[in-house]
Ligand binder design. Structure first.
Ligand code: ZN
Ligand code: ZN
Length: 446
């Protein structure tokens, strides 16, 4: 079995370095996912995001949370203000099977709105198109990724793909998720560069730990075929994402490049993404052999998150990877080079223990408020204030009488004269309801 695993790795590496790309579009049986039924969606969301955070009737996920559920490498199922999205889309398999306890079919059952891709190597995007086709999710990536995905389409109508940056563009704010500010920044893939800032003994290469995973979780021929078929998938550039709403911001990057050696001009753009509450960033890559944890540390220094969640360090390709626990000490040693007051707290995920377990961040969203202001004798302006991005509809009543079914509204003297109490009923995007009440001032009438 160990030999079979090494053969897989050899085939993957050979395919990945081959110049000729194999024809795209052939999707193996293991990648084929079927359309989704609503009850299955609720179950899948409860499993990934925690039953307490998912409405059992509708599957809506709490909007005052960011929830991350890891499924290997830098792949996360995420709920951001109730929006379910995938951050990368590949269930690690091929050199092993069943190590990551989910499947492309289950990810499709989450009914994600978006499949967001940081770059298009197989360990980040091999399952993106089948999941999008089965779930109706939109694909999101660089223009180059969208072009690749269009070539892989098997459906009569290819999944829509949002290109967040065109070739040559460095950064942008994009409108992807209602009520969530999204910013994107082009950066660099990891690379085995000789560090230009080398001083004797400073850079400490990190070697993978030995792995028993292929013995404990032997690969199936289908998984081998699926993954070998995607091994030549090109990077297509690398992009990071910053999601923010309420009092919270999250940056996710699925690779960390040698910026110091190749493009130090990216550092100021990283600093522009501050403030960052949580950075989810790749710590494993080709550069682990040349500069160890330098590049991940420099991303942390530039983004200055309060909390860092390392990723990509798990045993996704035994032969070149091992258990992620081997990265804990090297990462800690590298972060110790930072001034203590700038060092983030670390949430260290371990494979396979932390696969498909919700990591929950609570977010304070400014509550919706009913505000009113006299704008003339006997004339009252009524409006909504606070964070109203989730409000789908509003009805304002006095007693049983409907005064307005949209806001802002001006109430006429004939209405204001009677005083009383305004009651507003808000229905939000996720079906939740809020009731607000204020007294109705007379605005100078008596
Ligand atoms: Zn890559
Ligand atoms: Zn990768």
């Amino acid at each position: 079995v160990k030999n079979a695993s090494l053969a897989v790795v050899a085939a993957l590496l050979a395919a990945a370095t081959a110049q000729a790309h194999s024809p795209k579009g052939a999707v193996g049986g293991g990648s084929t996912v079927r359309a989704v039924d609503p009850a299955a969606m609720v179950l899948a969301r409860q499993r990934f995001f925690g039953a307490a955070n998912v409405d059992p009737a509708t599957g809506a996920v709490r909007r005052d949370r960011v929830i991350l559920s890891w499924f290997g490498v830098s792949n996360f199922a995420a709920a951001i203000r109730g929006h379910v999205v995938l951050l990368d889309a590949w269930v690690a398999r091929g050199a092993h099977s069943g190590y990551v306890p989910t499947s492309p079919a289950e990810l499709a059952r989450l009914m994600p709105e978006l499949v967001v891709v940081g770059h298009a190597h197989f360990d980040h995007a091999a399952d993106a198109v089948p999941i999008a086709e089965a779930s109706g999710a939109k694909l999101v990536g660089l223009r180059e990724h969208c072009s690749d995905f269009a070539q892989r389409a098997t459906a009569a109508v290819p999944s829509p793909c949002v290109a967040v940056l065109e070739p040559g563009e460095a950064r942008k704010s994009v409108d992807l998720l209602r009520g969530v500010e999204v910013r994107v920044l082009r950066h660099l893939h990891s690379g085995a560069r000789t560090p230009s800032d080398d001083v004797g003994g400073y850079h400490v290469p990190v070697l993978p730990q030995p792995s028993l995973t292929p013995v404990q979780h032997p690969p199936t021929p289908q998984d081998v075929a699926d993954t070998v078929g995607h091994a030549p998938d090109g990077e297509g550039g690398s992009v990071m994402y910053r999601f923010a709403f309420g009092d919270f911001s999250l940056v996710w990057h699925d690779t960390s490049g040698p910026l110091t050696d190749l493009n130090p001009g990216t550092f100021p753009l990283l600093r522009d993404l501050r403030p960052v509450d949580v950075e989810v960033g790749a710590i494993q890559g080709f550069n682990q052999l040349t500069n160890g944890m330098r590049d991940p540390r420099q991303y942390v220094e530039a983004l200055r998150p309060k909390r860092f969640v390392p990723s990509h360090h798990d045993d996704w390709l035994p032969g070149i990877t091992g258990p992620g626990s081997g990265f804990r000490a090297p990462l800690e040693a590298e972060l110790a080079r930072m001034p203590a007051e700038q060092r983030p707290a670390v949430t260290f995920l371990e494979d396979p223990r932390d696969y498909v377990k919700p990591v929950v961040f609570e977010v304070a969203i400014e509550p919706e408020r009913l505000v009113r202001r006299c704008v003339g004798r006997g004339v009252l302006r009524v409006a909504l204030d606070g964070d109203i991005a989730d409000v789908d509809s509003v009805v304002v009543r006095r007693g049983t009488r409907v005064l307005a079914s949209r806001l802002p509204v001006r109430l006429a003297r004939s209405v204001v004269r009677r005083g009383g109490r305004l009651r507003a009923t808000l229905v939000r995007r996720d079906g939740s309801v809020a009731y607000l009440a204020r007294t109705l001032p007379r605005c100078g009438l008596r």
